[in-house]
Design a protein around this ligand. Structure first.
Ligand code: SAM
Length: 250
């Protein structure tokens, strides 16, 4: 179930190298990750994440897994929506991103919450038993995973029957008139912002390139069906700059 070729942005790389290259990106940007998200998206990523939470409709006492959860945005929103009564596990391959997330949890008074867990782990080989989560989320994470199909199969495995999968990810812009402007902004402004804010142009060059390499809305739907998911749908956000894919394990 592996992808035929691996890409690190526009560079073809060996499978075994991609994971390390991606790890280096997020180790490098971890401290400035949240500031940079606001700067390059003009805060719009917050609206997209809010929409994701609205679609999920989090409920108390349910079990949520946020994979590639990084600095905790989705976890915090699920907890907020349930008055801290949901069980939330954040899983990420990068300890530096998790550390920033844990510090943010501390600042929010959530650090000692028993129902919020931080776990280091790879989306492709999740360190969890089968059939244990009600909802699996992955927000701006799937694009960074080496073998996307393995991560989708793992999502399917850890979800309970009836469990729901949600992926928020950059996708294919559907408004042709704006596409050129979007490309111009992505390739010219974002790497420069990365240089100024994170002192790291290359990581943000990777970001914009990896967005272009990610499967289209329809291709991702197909991959979700291939690993067994049913009721697969997507909603475009901001003309397809991002999309939320939803699927159910029956
Ligand atoms: N989900 C957060 C958000 O929406 O702000 C963080 C997204 S950040 C762009 C991507 C995250 O994916 C990073 O924290 C990175 O460490 C994580 N990541 C990359 N490859 C991964 C993998 N194979 N398994 C788990 N996490 C991974």
């Amino acid at each position: 179930m592996s992808d035929p070729a691996q890409w690190f942005g526009f560079k073809p790389v060996q499978s075994e190298d991609k994971e390390h290259l991606v790890k280096d990106v997020f180790s490098s940007v971890a401290e400035s990750y949240d500031t940079m998200n606001d700067a390059m998206s003009f805060g719009i990523h917050r609206l997209w994440k809010r929409r994701l939470i609205r679609d999920i409709g989090p409920r108390a006492n349910k079990d949520y897994l946020d994979v590639a959860g990084g600095t905790g945005d989705i976890a915090f929103k699920i907890l907020e929506a349930t008055e801290q009564k949901a069980n939330v596990t954040v899983c990420d391959i990068n300890p530096e991103m998790l550390k920033v997330g844990q510090n943010r949890a501390f600042d929010r008074g959530l650090y000692n919450l028993e129902n919020l867990n931080w776990v280091e782990g790879n989306a492709e080989t999740l360190p969890f038993d089968d059939n244990i989560f009600d909802v699996y989320t992955i927000s701006f994470g799937l694009r960074n995973v080496t073998h996307i199909n393995n991560a989708l199969a793992e999502a399917y495995r850890v979800l309970k029957p009836g469990g729901r999968f949600y992926c928020l990810e950059f996708s294919k812009m559907k408004v042709p008139g704006i596409r050129k402007l979007y490309d111009l902004y992505s390739f010219n402004v974002i790497p420069r912002l990365g240089q100024q804010i994170a002192n790291d142009r290359e990581s943000y060059q990777y970001l914009v390139e990896s967005i272009r390499q990610f499967p289209s809305q329809k291709q991702l739907e197909l991959r979700l069906r291939q690993v067994g998911f049913k009721r697969v749908t997507h909603s475009n956000l901001s003309g397809g700059i991002s999309a939320i894919h939803k699927a159910v394990k029956i």
